[in-house]
Design a binder for this molecule. Structure first.
Ligand code: HGY
Ligand code: MN
Ligand code: MN
Ligand code: MN
Length: 406
């Protein structure tokens, strides 16, 4: 058995040393946040770092043709492998921990197991999934959706970033799509992630086990009107899509509060985006989440109905397109119970999406959350202490040992 004393005294220090290797990559000096979009220079640097880490540990790396990387400790052809890892990519000006913490912790957990003389009976695999945030190509968890066949390959290949580059072009090939043979080699997936709220601060615990992910999705609202001169167009003559957009944002907030759900419009684009022109078009992206699918879809329908009604009054037009959807994810109860018993950790649901949520439909999957003292995420203010990160590594190592040693 792995004992806590394996390298405990030095673990926060070793965490910091490894962490500092990637800390500067893609960091914006102005905001202090990260611009690590999938398959752009900073993320490619991190993927190179992943290969170096695997190499240092004698772990061969395989790719699945979808942009996902896998580093293997043990025979890549063997069945029953235990998968861990997360993603490198960030939202615009995102925090340091969302994603990379799961990958750095995975490599350190391998080190912990080796230092304790543990030899797994099944392969242990560290993964880096591509485009988890959907910040570049619009669809979150794109890599894991491709691997599991949860997104059509042609649709994924043709997704474009804001410069017009397709995902296939960025990847350098048409994505390979579902790989049931590879998936079939994994007996379990455990993703460690920074907590994206304050529950562990309130509960005074460094690590939790996830119970569920709220159903959530993204909807694009395109409002069109008539572009015109700001100084000469009478107020009564305007067909201003910004008004319909603004009304819709307020409606989304109100409808979410009524239902104890979450609605956010965090991205907007305006044409022609001139101070002295009434816009011709405004596009807003609605991110909506709720504990139950019925509540989620009821919320989106209510927002759409109110926006449509308002568009009629503003003389504008509205189209609403669903860009992604993630159903309720209830993590494997048996696996979560095992982890809770092993770690004595609290259990948390979350409103955040993860590759673990996609993989959960295909293999027994669990998540560990590490306390975030600010409770803030998708922002430079996201945080975790070295001590809590070390507790996360130790917890992950124990879990991997439990799952990979018969
Ligand atoms: O948007 C999300 O829930 C995430 O953190 N990927
Ligand atoms: Mn995120
Ligand atoms: Mn994440
Ligand atoms: Mn003029």
């Amino acid at each position: 058995m792995l004992t806590h004393s394996a390298c405990e005294g030095s673990l926060p220090h070793r965490f910091r040393q490894l962490w500092d290797e990637i800390a500067p990559v893609g960091r914006d000096a102005g905001s202090g946040g990260y611009l690590r979009y999938a398959l752009t220079a900073p993320e490619l640097t991190l993927r190179g770092w992943f290969r170096e880490q695997a190499d240092r540990r004698g772990m061969p790396v395989s790719e699945d043709g979808n942009g996902n990387l896998f580093a293997w400790w043990g025979d890549p052809e063997a069945e029953g492998a235990v998968l861990t890892g997360s993603h490198f990519d960030s939202v615009p000006h995102g925090g340091a921990y969302d994603g990379p913490l799961g990958i750095v912790s995975a490599f350190l957990a391998v080190d912990e197991l080796r230092a304790a003389g543990v030899t797994p009976d099944r392969p242990l695999v560290v993964a880096a999934f591509v485009e988890e945030e959907g910040a570049r190509f619009g669809v979150p968890c794109l890599g894991s959706r491709l691997l599991t066949g949860e997104i059509d390959v042609d649709r994924a290949a043709g997704l474009r970033d804001q410069a017009g580059t397709t995902f296939a072009e960025a990847l350098g090939e048409r994505p390979a799509g579902a790989d049931p043979a590879l998936l079939g080699r994994f007996a379990a997936f455990v993703e460690l992630h920074v907590e994206q709220g304050r529950a562990l601060v309130d509960q005074d615990a460094p690590v939790a086990v996830a119970s569920a992910i709220w159903p959530h999705g993204r909807w694009r609202f395109d409002f069109t009107g008539e572009g015109n001169h700001a100084g000469t167009t009478r107020m009564a003559d305007r067909r201003d899509p910004m008004l319909t957009y603004a009304f819709t944002v307020l409606a989304a907030n109100k409808e979410a509060r009524l239902r104890d759900a979450h609605a956010t419009v965090g991205r907007v684009s305006v044409e022609p985006n001139a101070t002295n022109a009434i816009p011709s078009r405004v596009t807003g992206w609605l991110d909506a989440r709720a504990a139950e699918a019925e509540t989620l879809y009821g919320l989106v329908e209510a927002v759409r109905a109110k926006a449509t009604d308002r568009a009629g009054r503003d003389g504008t037009a509205l189209t609403c397109t669903q860009e992604s959807a993630t159903p309720l994810v209830a993590f494997d109860g048996g696996l979560a119970d095992r982890l809770v018993t092993l770690l004595g950790a609290p259990v948390l649901p979350t409103g955040a999406g993860h590759d673990a949520g996609v993989l959960a439909a295909h293999l027994p999957t669990a998540m560990l959350f590490v306390r975030n003292p600010t409770g803030v995420s998708h922002s430079p203010a996201e945080a975790a202490t070295d001590a809590d990160c070390a507790a996360g590594v130790a917890a992950l190592a124990r879990v991997l040992e439990e799952l990979a040693c018969r």
